[in-house]
Design a protein around this ligand. Structure first.
Ligand code: RB5
Length: 154
C-alpha cells in the first residue's frame, strides 16, 4: 500500500520554451534524488505561452494530487504570476538558496519557480536541495498564509 504521504515524493513540472532545457536538467536532478516526476510540458524549444504551464501545475497542486511543483520560464516572473492566480497556489520565485529557505519556512510555498535566463543549472540544484530539506515553521506564519488565501477567495 502506498504511504499516505506518497504524493510528497512526486514533483510536478512545467515550463515554457525558455525553461525547457532547464526543466529537463532539473527533472534528471530530482529523479536522481529519489523523487518521482510528472512533466506537464512543454516538451520542446518551440515557442509557447507560459501561463498555460504555470496554471496547469498550480491546478494539479490545488487538487492536492501532488505536494509540490517546479515551474520555469525565462525569468520565472511570468509563470509565477500565472500560477499564483490559481487558488491554493503559493508559487515563489527563487533566485538564491535563501529565497528557497524563506519561501518554505515562512510562506509554506508549494511551487518553486526559477528563471532559466537568470539562474545556472548548478545554482538551481542548490536551490532545490534547500527547498526539499526545509519545512514550514507554522506558528505566526500560518495566519499570514491563511490571509493570502482569504484574498483569493474574495
Ligand atoms: C519568453 O520569451 C519569456 O518572456 C518568458 O519565458 C518569461 O521570461 C516571462 O516572464
Amino acid at each position: 500500500m502506498d504511504h499516505p504521504d506518497s504524493n510528497h515524493r512526486i514533483v510536478i513540472f512545467g515550463s515554457d520554451h525558455a525553461g525547457f532545457e532547464a526543466k529537463s536538467h532539473v527533472i534528471d536532478y530530482v529523479k536522481h534524488k529519489g523523487f518521482s516526476v510528472l512533466d506537464l510540458g512543454t516538451y520542446s524549444n518551440k515557442s509557447v505561452d507560459y501561463p498555460e504551464y504555470g496554471v496547469a501545475v498550480a491546478k494539479a497542486i490545488q487538487k492536492q494530487e501532488y505536494a509540490s511543483g517546479i515551474i520555469i520560464c525565462g525569468t520565472g516572473i511570468g509563470i509565477s504570476i500565472s500560477a499564483n492566480k490559481v487558488k491554493g497556489a503559493r508559487a515563489a520565485l527563487c533566485t538564491t538558496p535563501f529565497h528557497a529557505e524563506m519561501a518554505r519556512k515562512h510562506n509554506d510555498a508549494n511551487i518553486l519557480v526559477m528563471g532559466a535566463r537568470t539562474t545556472s543549472f548548478s545554482e538551481m540544484e542548490v536551490i532545490i536541495d534547500v527547498w526539499f530539506s526545509t519545512d514550514f515553521e507554522g506558528g505566526r506564519h500560518q495566519h499570514r498564509v491563511d490571509k493570502i488565501h482569504s484574498l483569493t477567495e474574495k
